[in-house]
Write a protein that binds this ligand. Structure first.
Ligand SMILES: Cc1cc2nc3c(=O)[nH]c(=O)nc-3n(C[C@H](O)[C@H](O)[C@H](O)COP(=O)(O)OP(=O)(O)OC[C@H]3O[C@@H](n4cnc5c(N)ncnc54)[C@H](O)[C@@H]3O)c2cc1C
Length: 387
């Protein structure tokens, strides 16, 4: 089906020529290579691996990083890539977010020159896949309580612990594992073939089904001294990566919402009940107009965030506000779109149900909706309400 991307306030006029080109190219990719097969992958619970080298060739992995085979495009262009990919599926965008923001960014920002040379060109080309191991079975919203440890051994470190809910876990060649070394959080680049490392997929998900989610077990995994990310210590390390990823998620959620709106509008114009298409009834129009209104506001937040990021002044609170708003908005829109589609909306012949379920994960990961409330709450009041 053709896709008409909502741009009610002509925001594309505010993007640079390069940003518009990137957006158009990824939109075409999604239309021709992702939409035809994503429904089947989602139903089967499989990730479309064949896309990884395509993403690499197109420069979609680590796109806003510079050097080492990365494209060096603007943060806004990176955001637009996420928006277009998530218009296809949140799981596809998740793959790219993890690779780009949670694995490549920390290597680029905090890695040694040797680590950058070893990993970044391979990750950028899609010849290597990375995962980001922060969450543990008992530590999700409060990752600073993590139990995974690193201890010094001759020539390196020994890692021990369990990480859970790790995107790309079992397909990754390298895992960025966050562990406590002498009580302080550090990042370790662990080749997944290392003895003692194992990854087991989490099955039975009714959300992000076209994405691999795994548990990582590290049983005395010995790595060399060169596995430690030398440029950062403490929670600043993982939190700064999450800021990068959340920026893309803010855009991505808009893409999912735009897909649902487009589907609901098309369906409402075609579907006749009583005397005319349901799009001609006031109650349906109210739902569609609410979608247009919320999507437009979310697009404006993203645009402004992009420009603040380029200026180097974007704050974690501003990212939290947008993640909180845009994902909740997309989740509501997906549900309303499902409603407009009536019974057809509960089948996999249409995409809004898939987006609706995917967005449940997006609402929870990268900081839950409520945790972002607390982040912004602390920002504006100066008082932390986490404990
Ligand atoms: C599909 C998927 C992929 C993921 N990928 C990754 C990944 O690649 N790498 C990774 O490290 N992690 C990943 N995660 C984990 C994700 O980041 C965590 O699920 C998230 O941080 C929430 O942690 P939790 O699930 O343990 O929930 P909890 O922290 O147990 O939260 C449960 C509920 O309690 C609320 N809550 C918690 N603390 C407070 C508080 N102080 N005040 C008020 N309410 C509170 C939360 O808002 C939530 O509603 C992924 C998760 C999913 C579902």
């Amino acid at each position: 089906m053709a896709y008409a991307a909502l741009d009610y306030y002509a925001l594309s006029e505010l993007f640079t020529h390069e940003e518009r080109m990137v957006q158009a190219t990824v939109r075409e990719l999604v239309q021709t290579k992702i939409m035809p097969g994503i429904g089947k992958h989602w139903s089967a619970g499989t990730f479309p691996h064949e896309l990884v080298p395509v993403f690499g060739e197109m420069g979609l992995l680590g796109p806003s990083l510079t050097g080492y085979g990365c494209a060096g495009i603007s943060p806004t262009a990176y955001g637009l890539i996420c928006q277009e990919l998530e218009r296809g599926d949140s799981g596809i965008r998740s793959f790219c977010s993890v690779q780009s923001s949670l694995v490549m960014y920390p290597i680029w920002a905090y890695g040694s020159e040797a680590q950058k040379q070893t990993y970044l060109p391979e990750l950028a080309a899609g010849r290597m896949i990375g995962c980001f191991g922060l969450t543990e079975p008992d530590f999700g919203s409060n990752p600073s309580g993590m139990l995974t440890t690193a201890t010094r051994v001759a020539g390196g470190y020994s890692l021990r612990g369990t990480k859970r809910w790790i995107t790309n876990g079992s397909v990754a060649h390298v895992a960025l594992v966050w562990a406590k070394l002498e009580g302080k959080v550090h990042g370790f680049l662990v080749p997944t073939k290392t003895q003692g490392f194992s990854a087991r997929d989490i099955h039975g998900k009714w959300s992000l089904r076209a994405s691999v989610t795994s548990e990582l077990v590290l049983e005395d995994v010995v790595v060399g001294e060169d596995a430690l990310l030398p440029g950062v210590s403490g929670m600043k390390g993982p939190l700064s990566c999450l800021s990068q990823a959340r920026f893309g998620i803010c855009y991505g959620a808009v893409g999912a919402a735009m897909a649902c709106y487009d589907e609901a509008l098309g369906y409402a114009k075609d579907r006749v009940q009583f005397s005319r298409p349901i799009a001609g009834y006031q109650l349906v129009q109210q739902k569609l107009v609410d979608m247009v209104s919320e999507i437009t506001k979310a697009q404006l937040l993203c645009w402004r965030m992009g420009r603040l990021k380029e200026a180097g002044t974007l704050t974690p609170g501003q990212i939290s506000l947008a993640k909180r708003n845009n994902v909740a908005t997309a989740r509501d829109i997906a549900r309303d779109a499902r409603d407009i589609l009536g019974a057809n909306g509960v089948t996999d012949d249409y995409q809004c149900g898939r987006h609706m379920l995917n967005l449940e994960s997006v609402y929870t990961y990268e900081g839950t909706h409520d945790i972002h409330t607390l982040v912004v709450g602390q920002d504006v009041t100066g008082l932390a309400a986490f404990e």
